[in-house]
Design a protein around this ligand. Structure first.
Ligand code: HEM
Length: 419
C-alpha cells in the first residue's frame, strides 16, 4: 500500500503546478509535499487553470495554502464572493441552464434566504430524530455486506461507503428507495469524473426532470421531507422557481453523498494503515468517537478546495490581489498546516484541539450537513466495529482523478466472516 500524507521528500517550488492535470495524478504524499512547499515558500501563488476538453481555459487563480489565510477569506464574504462558481472553472452555460441556481454559488442576502429554507432540517434537535434511521440503515448495510460476501471480502465503496450517505440523504429528501441507484449514478457523473459536454447535458437533464417531478408530487401530496419543504417554501413572498428547486436538489444530493462516502473510505484505509489507532478507538469507541471523526475528516479533506472571487483590490500575505481575481481556498493544505497542527502528517484519532477545515473554514457557507455527516461517519464505524471488527483494506485505494474531490473509486477490503 502506498502512503498518503507522509512527506519525506521536498518538492521544489518550480515543480508545483496546480493547474496541470499531471499534478493531480501524482501520489498523495507527493502532492502533500508540494503543498508544504507552497505554505513555506509561496503561500499566495498564482497558477494558470487546468484545461478541460472542449472549453476555453480561464484567466488563472491565486492559491491560498495557509490555514490563517483560508480562514480570513472564508470569514470575509464581502471581500471574497462565492459568486459565480465554487469550482475554479466558471460554470458552463449548460450547468447553469440544467442544474439551476445553487445557494453555494450565491452571496448574502440571496444565499441566506435560500439557506433558511432548509436549515431547520439540519438543526441538532431534528437530526437527533434522524439518528435512529441513520443507525438502522447502517446496520442493515453491514448485515447485507456480510450476507452478500460469505468469503469475507468485498469492494468497500460499492458495498458500504457509497450506499450509506446516499440512503440517508435520499431518506431526508423523500426520494423513494427504488430510485436510489439512479440518483447515485447521477451524482457520481456530475461530481467526480471528467466527462464530455453531451454526457453532462444528458445527466443534468435527467436530474432536473426527476427533481421537478418529485417536487410536483409533493405539492399535491405533502410529506415530512426536504422535497416538501422546498415546494412549500416562500422567499420574499415568492415560491422557489423551478431552477432554484433543481439547484437545491443537486446541491443536497451531491454535497451529502460523495463527501461522506469518501470520509468513510479514507477512514477505513487509515485505520488499516494505523492498527494502533484502530486498537485505541475500538478499546473505547464512545470515548474517542468525537475526536476520531474530526481527525478522519481532517485527514480525508473530501472537498479539496472552494473558490472565491475578490470583490475589490485587496492584499494577502503582502500579495496584491485585484478585484475580480479568482482566489482558491485549498482546505487540504490548511489541514496539514504545521503552524496549526502539531505533527500534521500523523493520523491521530485523539487530536484535540483539531481546527480542521474539511467542512469549510467558517463563515456564511459553512457546511450545512456537517452534523449529519459526523453522525453518519460515527454510525458507520460503530457498526463496522460491532459486526466486523477486523475489517481492513487489502490493497491501496483507486483514487478519482480530480482536483476538487478527494475521491476513492474503489477500496478492496476483507474481514473474518462470522462462523
Ligand atoms: C464529510 C462530509 C462533508 C464535507 C467534507 C463537506 C464539505 C463542505 C464544504 C467544504 C462546504 C463549503 C463551505 C464553504 O464554502 O465555506 C460545504 C457546503 C455545504 N454542504 Fe457539505 N460537506 C459534507 C457533508 C455534507 C452533507 C451530509 C450535506 C447534506 C446534505 C452537506 C450539505 C452542504 C450544503 C447544503 C452546503 C452549502 C452551504 C451554503 O452554501 O450555505 N454537506 N460542505
Amino acid at each position: 500500500m502506498h502512503d498518503m500524507g507522509i512527506t519525506s521528500e521536498r518538492v521544489p517550488l518550480e515543480d508545483v503546478r496546480l493547474g496541470d492535470w499531471d499534478f493531480w495524478g501524482r501520489p498523495h504524499d507527493w502532492r502533500d509535499a508540494a503543498f508544504a512547499t507552497l505554505r513555506r515558500e509561496s503561500p499566495v501563488a498564482f497558477f494558470p487553470e487546468m484545461e478541460f476538453p472542449g472549453s476555453a481555459s480561464g484567466k488563472g487563480f491565486w492559491a491560498l495554502t495557509r490555514h490563517g489565510d483560508i480562514l480570513h477569506a472564508s470569514r470575509n464574504p464581502q471581500l471574497f464572493s462565492s459568486y459565480p462558481s465554487m469550482a475554479i472553472q466558471d460554470s458552463s452555460p449548460e450547468a447553469a441552464e440544467y442544474l439551476g441556481t445553487s445557494m453555494i454559488c450565491l452571496d448574502d442576502p440571496h444565499h441566506g434566504r435560500l439557506r433558511r429554507i432548509v436549515e431547520r432540517s439540519f438543526r441538532p434537535r431534528v437530526l437527533a430524530r434522524a439518528e435512529e434511521s441513520v443507525r438502522a440503515r447502517t446496520k442493515r448495510l453491514v448485515t447485507q455486506m456480510i450476507a452478500d460476501h460469505p468469503d469475507g471480502s468485498a469492494e468497500f465503496v460499492s458495498a458500504f461507503a457509497g450506499p450509506l450517505p446516499l440512503q440517508v440523504i435520499c431518506d431526508m429528501m423523500g426520494v423513494p428507495e427504488e430510485d436510489e441507484s439512479r440518483v447515485f449514478s447521477w451524482t457520481n457523473a456530475i461530481m467526480s469524473e471528467v466527462q464530455t459536454k453531451e454526457e453532462f447535458v444528458r445527466v443534468a437533464q435527467e436530474i432536473s426532470t426527476y427533481a421537478l417531478e418529485l417536487a410536483e408530487e409533493r405539492r399535491s401530496r405533502p410529506a415530512e421531507d426536504l422535497a416538501t419543504a422546498l415546494v412549500q417554501a416562500e422567499v420574499d413572498g415568492d415560491r422557489l422557481s423551478p431552477e432554484e428547486i433543481v439547484g437545491f436538489f443537486v446541491l443536497l444530493l451531491s454535497g451529502g453523498n460523495e463527501t461522506t462516502r469518501n470520509s468513510i473510505s479514507h477512514g477505513l484505509y487509515e485505520l488499516t494503515r494505523h492498527p494502533d489507532q484502530r486498537a485505541l478507538w475500538w478499546s473505547d469507541f464512545e470515548g474517542h468517537a468525537k475526536t476520531a471523526v474530526e481527525e478522519i475528516v481532517r485527514w480525508a479533506t473530501p472537498v479539496i478546495y472552494m473558490r472565491r472571487r475578490a470583490t475589490e483590490d485587496t492584499e494577502i500575505e503582502g500579495q496584491r490581489i485585484q478585484a475580480d481575481d479568482k482566489v482558491v481556498l485549498w482546505y487540504n493544505s490548511a489541514n496539514r498546516d504545521e503552524s496549526v497542527f502539531p505533527d500534521p502528517f500523523r493520523f491521530d484519532l485523539t487530536r484535540n484541539p483539531n481546527a480542521q477545515v474539511g467542512f469549510g473554514a467558517g463563515g456564511t457557507h459553512f457546511c450545512l450537513g456537517a452534523n449529519l455527516a459526523r453522525r453518519e461517519i460515527m454510525a458507520a464505524f460503530s457498526e463496522l466495529r460491532r459486526q466486523v471488527p477486523d475489517i481492513h483494506a487489502t490493497d491501496s485505494p483507486e483514487y478519482v482523478l480530480n482536483p476538487f474531490v478527494n475521491g476513492i473509486k474503489t477500496l478492496p477490503c476483507a474481514w473474518t466472516p462470522p462462523s
